[in-house]
Design a protein around this ligand. Structure first.
Ligand SMILES: [Zn+2]
Length: 251
């Protein structure tokens, strides 16, 4: 069977947590070569929220079999976001440990919250919430890396010191040690989503240069707006430093 038949058979669960039978890049190239769509709108609904009334859309992603959430501040029931010039945009990769369970080792929840608050004030804005845990390596890679980064000290969780270097292992070194990439996310799908809602120019709330170049490469006009979260504890401070040093984020 042709590898790209996954496009038709949607073996979604298979691909999300077990060994993928075709890489995302292979599948994306195959679909692009045949001029087939990478995403599909699965539905949308008006949604009330603490931050104001929203339009909530979900897109299916043919390259990963996952779905991504999109939040648009205000009403959107057409094809193109007309009258929505140069909105704030946050492309946010899922981090369930922080966003749902308030884990304090990273700043993901605070970033998402700040983005929503800022957009709420402007009355305009878009959040593209990409279903890509562990900088694109997946939730099992993230858990394995966290396990090497943290340990119990009595009844407290502390940074685990590397037995050889006697220094803490940040998650990016952790991913490399386990054979993953320190940054394995791809922002092609975010660009596809923007095209699908008819947005060509954005103010992107990010410190990540890869997101900016990724969107620009897809013909989106991008102005970067930095998003600064002060660390709330020592572990988060270490994490933010590692982001700056290892991933080149402008923090
Ligand atoms: Zn996080």
């Amino acid at each position: 069977m042709d590898k790209t038949d996954i496009y038709r058979t949607t073996a979604y669960e298979e691909k999300t947590w077990s060994e993928p039978w075709v890489t995302e890049a292979e599948l994306r190239n195959a679909l692009q070569k045949e001029n087939r769509p990478l995403i599909k709108e699965l539905g949308r609904t008006p949604l009330p929220s603490e931050y104001g009334d929203l339009t909530y859309l979900v897109f299916g992603d043919y390259t990963t079999g996952k779905d991504h959430d999109v939040i648009i501040f205000g009403k959107f029931d057409g094809k193109n976001l007309t009258g929505y010039d140069n909105p704030l945009l946050r492309i946010h990769s899922s981090c369930r440990s922080s966003e749902l369970f308030h884990a304090s080792n990273c700043e993901c929840r605070e970033e998402l919250d700040l983005a929503m608050k800022t957009m709420s004030k402007e009355g305009k804005g878009i959040i593209i919430y990409l279903n890509q845990e562990g900088v694109g390596n997946g939730i099992s890679a993230k858990i394995a890396t966290y396990k090497n980064s943290f340990e119990w000290h009595g009844d407290k969780v502390v940074l685990r010191m590397d037995p050889k270097t006697k220094k803490p292992t940040n998650v990016y070194e952790g991913y490399i040690a386990l054979g993953y990439k320190p940054e394995n996310r791809d922002f092609t799908i975010a660009g596809e989503i923007l095209k699908a809602v008819g947005v060509k120019q954005v103010r992107l709330m990010t410190n990540n240069p890869k997101k900016i170049t990724g969107l620009k490469a897809q013909g989106i006009n991008v102005e970067a707006v930095s998003i600064k979260i002060p660390p709330t504890n020592e572990i988060m401070r270490e994490h933010l430093n590692a982001k700056k040093e290892k991933l080149g984020h402008n923090i």
